[in-house]
Ligand binder design. Structure first.
Ligand code: SAM
Length: 262
């Protein structure tokens, strides 16, 4: 269970316009894991597009090459990217517009935050907040969070992984697209240092039931439930995220999950 063998790790297409935040053309790579566990199957979500405003384009051109990367097979050199060494690092998968990412980062200034998102306009919003707010501890990666974890981070390299309000994929035939699966939890666990924390939140009752079934599935993780006041990382989002707000408007109950790496 400990080692994840990435079986189709070769001939990764490189981005055609480096520094633009564009994903390479063609179908994105999907690692074939040989763990026998379940991994999310990407749907059209993979190809999420969207246009940037003129201001965002200018901002992207100027700041993305320093603060952002696109998924590739080059491992992230955390210390050199953040320009400091020995700080804890948390990856947030599916940061959306980055509302809570930007709000939390100043409260955890000693921690390196890496926001992973497929949707470029969401990353552009976060980039804008980072630049305007002079937030120094956020970096961004555009790509599928599963592939980013598998290809760009080594084992036991992270202190936390956050997934706030992942796409619920409510239809039964789409459940296989949900990012929380036994294989994702195994992959996350492998990337965490001992004592590292996984934090997931959802407002979707069906997704909560799905996660409830999986809380004990990964032997490398100890389920801590919610709340966990002694958690070694910030667990308060500080603000209501865009999708959390949509859920609350519909009177949805927010469910939160915390695990620690044994
Ligand atoms: C429902 S939104 C939640 C966004 C944000 N966390 C919030 O609470 O407002 C889910 C986000 O996850 C992103 N996403 C979905 N699958 C992803 C994946 N495999 N890797 C990275 N991001 C993903 C989507 O593009 C979307 O922005």
């Amino acid at each position: 269970m400990w080692t994840i063998n990435v079986m189709n790790n070769s001939d990764f297409p490189t981005t055609e316009r480096p520094g633009t935040g564009e994903l390479p053309h063609g179908r994105p790579p999907q690692t074939e894991f040989d763990t026998g566990l379940d991994y999310p199957r990407l749907g059209s979500v993979t190809f999420r597009r969207g246009t940037l405003t003129d201001n965002q384009e200018v901002l992207f051109e100027e700041h993305w090459p320093r603060l952002g990367r696109v998924l590739d097979d080059t491992p992230v050199d955390i210390d050199s990217w953040f320009g400091r060494s020995g700080h804890p690092t948390i990856v947030e998968i599916g940061s959306g517009t980055g509302t809570s990412t930007a709000a939390m980062a100043p409260c955890e200034a000693d921690t390196n935050i890496i926001a992973v998102e497929l949707y470029k306009p969401g990353l552009a919003k976060l980039l804008g907040a980072v630049v305007r707010g002079d937030i120094s501890n956020i970096r961004m990666i555009r790509g599928d969070g599963v592939e980013v974890l598998a290809r760009m981070f080594g084992e036991e390299s992270l202190d936390g992984v956050r997934i706030f309000f992942p796409d619920p994929w409510p239809k039964a035939r789409h459940h296989k697209r949900r990012i929380i699966q036994s294989g994702t939890l195994n992959l996350i666990a492998s990337r965490l240092k001992p004592g590292g924390v996984v934090h997931v939140a959802t407002d979707h009752a069906g997704y909560a039931e799905w996660i409830d079934e999986l809380v004990e599935v990964e032997p490398m993780l100890e389920y801590k439930g919610w709340p966990w006041p002694q958690a070694p990382v910030l667990t308060d989002r500080q603000v209501i995220t865009k999708f959390e707000g949509k859920g609350l408007d519909k009177d949805h109950i927010i469910r939160e999950y915390l695990w620690t790496k044994k």
